[in-house]
Design a protein around this ligand. Structure first.
Ligand SMILES: [Mg+2]
Length: 280
């Protein structure tokens, strides 16, 4: 069985503070050497992924905005998968697969319910580039990229926990899913999540490479990773210094890193590869 890796970025492959993956470099090199695909599966946007993929040296497909869309570099598979469209973004061509409502659908929904939660949250649209820059610690270019969203609207919760519960209930009743990431709450199409996008992409890989079934390894640190961590063949929870470990509905095939962020990523992926895929 050939492995395929699906990984969260912030707080997992990338350091929560400085967004660096250097501490995971030995494992990334090993994966590259073994020709094992590494699929970023993130709340980040297409615009944010392009420079990150370059800095990691990654050329594989990726999943953005918490499962809302899959991007496959044009020509990555022998045939263009069904129900994908070819898009060009900043000079690069991708096959895009998405069934999610656009961002405007969710910003319109927030406008409708905003009067009930006037001072409880601030959305990316309300924050603007300078606000995003302040909240995230990202640079100007990265803040612009973070705001180039197509399918989801992140909000920063400022109010009380009870108001947050009521808000989540309101948004869910209107057909959205609410996904809590490291910093932001993401309002997104309820029909999408990191797990369904992961499963869709595994199907595409298997269709393209019919001789071998794949075994998925998922890595993540937050609540928004739980769906893919539950459904992957192997789950690696990356320890976070900022929040408690997300609860999984499984024990078998589950690994917990003892280090934080990319250092933990480096440790746990090597352990899984050695125990299950290398030197067997
Ligand atoms: Mg994370």
């Amino acid at each position: 069985m050939k492995p395929i890796v699906f990984t969260d970025l912030d707080g997992s492959l990338l350091d929560h503070e400085n967004y660096s993956c250097e501490e995971a470099r030995p494992a990334l090199n090993l994966l590259q050497e073994k020709n094992i695909p590494v699929i970023p599966n993130t709340s980040k946007t297409l615009a944010e992924l392009l420079p990150i993929r370059k800095s990691i040296g990654n050329h594989d497909p990726f999943i953005v905005e918490n499962g809302a869309a899959i991007y496959i570099p044009e020509g990555y598979f022998k045939h263009q998968p069904q129900h994908t469209k070819t898009i060009t973004f900043k000079g690069e061509k991708f096959w895009e697969f998405s069934q999610a409502y656009p961002r405007s659908h969710w910003t319109n929904l927030l406008m409708k319910i905003n009067w009930r939660y006037p001072d409880d949250y601030i959305s990316f649209s309300q924050l603007g580039i300078s606000g995003i820059l302040k909240c995230t610690g990202l640079g100007l270019e990265e803040s612009i990229q973070a705001n180039e969203r197509k399918f989801s609207e992140p909000i920063l919760w400022l109010g009380k926990q009870q108001a947050k519960k009521n808000f989540i209930h309101s948004v869910r009743s209107a057909g959205a899913e609410v996904v809590e990431g490291g910093r932001f709450i993401h309002i997104i199409d309820a029909s999408t999540d990191k797990a369904s996008a992961m499963n869709k992409l595994i199907d595409l890989f298997e269709l393209n490479n019919q001789q071998s079934k794949l075994q998925s390894i998922a890595l993540g640190d937050s609540k928004n990773d739980v769906s893919m961590l539950n459904e992957a063949d192997f789950a690696a929870v990356i320890k976070s210094p900022f929040h408690s470990r997300p609860p999984l509905q499984r024990d078998e095939g589950t690994y917990i890193s003892s280090d934080f962020g990319p250092r933990g990523w480096n440790q746990v992926i090597q352990k899984i590869l050695i125990e299950h895929f290398i030197n067997q």
